[in-house]
Design a protein around this ligand. Structure first.
Ligand SMILES: Cc1cc2nc3c(=O)[nH]c(=O)nc-3n(C[C@H](O)[C@H](O)[C@H](O)COP(=O)(O)OP(=O)(O)OC[C@H]3O[C@@H](n4cnc5c(N)ncnc54)[C@H](O)[C@@H]3O)c2cc1C
Ligand code: FES
Length: 273
């Protein structure tokens, strides 16, 4: 067994660009380590924050030789990542996990909060394939929306919709409520999503009711990122989010009791959403 490959060829990389997306979210760009040849939309890397921890982060941009991750500060590791400056070093392993398919002619993408990160490269992949794309970016408030370069969407050739819980931008209400309206206007053949799990659970139900194929990227506590430790297992069948996911199909999710119900904390204790 090639252990180096299994572990995702750990490499050190230097930050080349820092972009503040909003007050709690920062994108960090760096050059691909030579060991990484290709990244698919939806895959993630394990990021070593020197002296603190190693955590999973979706790839939010990839065009060789550059890679970007987008970090929302919620705890010690993410807070320290958000403080890094151009020239600072981090460790990278990966990429890991299953990607989104690009099997759609008319796609609805729904990114809730920081869940927009893995959908960004998917938007570009789908547009390259001439798929009709509608992207809904949702957050609690306008300030928390992560918009990237999608602000120019009229020039990019897709429909951009916004939703905020407080109505400060776009549709006023939850992403699930906005999606009810959007799918009445369009005949989507696939819905892709990443964000809070209760939002994704609601979208899964809407997709099923409307006969729309579904893919969601799940988040679970991860230690190894490569199938060794078992902390990211889903009940009852034990799918590992790091290698069997993080992207799962609607049919796979329908068989997971944990989906939208429970997750395990860093000690392995089961917690309810
Ligand atoms: C495949 C994958 C891709 C991800 N992509 C991104 C991304 O693109 N951008 C981004 O900002 N974040 C992403 N995350 C989440 C990110 O890894 C966590 O926010 C990070 O590990 C938190 O570390 P911390 O030390 O800052 O916070 P901690 O101090 O570890 O945690 C702060 C709080 O969040 C809870 N928490 C932390 N991680 C998890 C988890 N996985 N599941 C449930 N609760 C958790 C803790 O229990 C605690 O209450 C991703 C996670 C996964 C699994
Ligand atoms: S994170 Fe270790 S098995 Fe998935």
């Amino acid at each position: 067994m090639d252990v180096e490959k299994l572990m995702g060829s750990p490499s050190s990389v230097q930050i080349t660009e820092v972009t503040k997306e909003n007050s709690s979210t920062t994108s960090l760009r760096f050059e691909l380590p030579t060991a990484i040849k290709h990244i698919e939309a939806g895959q993630f890397v394990m990021v070593w924050v020197p002296g603190i921890d190693e955590i999973p982060m979706s790839v939010s941009y990839w065009k060789a030789p550059e890679v970007e991750i987008t970090v929302k500060s919620i705890g010690e590791a993410t807070e320290n990542l958000c403080k890094l400056k151009k020239g600072d070093w981090i460790g990278i392993r990966g990429p890991f996990g299953k990607s989104f398919s690009s099997d759609s002619n008319n796609a609805l993408l729904v990114g809730g909060g920081i869940g927009i990160a893995p959908l960004r490269p998917l938007v570009y992949n789908l547009l390259e394939k001439s798929t009709k794309v509608t992207l809904l970016i949702a957050a609690k408030t306008k300030e928390e929306l992560v918009m990237y370069d999608f602000k120019e969407s009229s020039n990019l050739g897709f429909s951009l919709r916004l939703a905020t819980d407080d109505g400060s931008a776009g549709y006023k209400g939850f992403a699930t409520e906005a999606v009810h309206d959007i799918i009445n206007e369009n005949a989507f053949d696939r819905m892709y999503t990443c964000g809070p799990e209760l939002m994704m659970k609601g979208l899964h139900t809407i997709a099923k009711e409307n006969g729309i194929a579904f893919e969601a990227s799940l988040e679970r506590y991860m230690k190894c990122g490569c199938g060794l430790c078992g902390t990211c297992g889903m009940d009852p069948n034990g799918e590992l989010v790091c290698i069997d996911g993080p992207v799962f199909s609607g049919n796979q999710l329908a068989k997971m009791e944990d989906f939208g119900q429970s997750y395990r904390d860093s000690t392995g204790k089961r917690m309810q959403y």
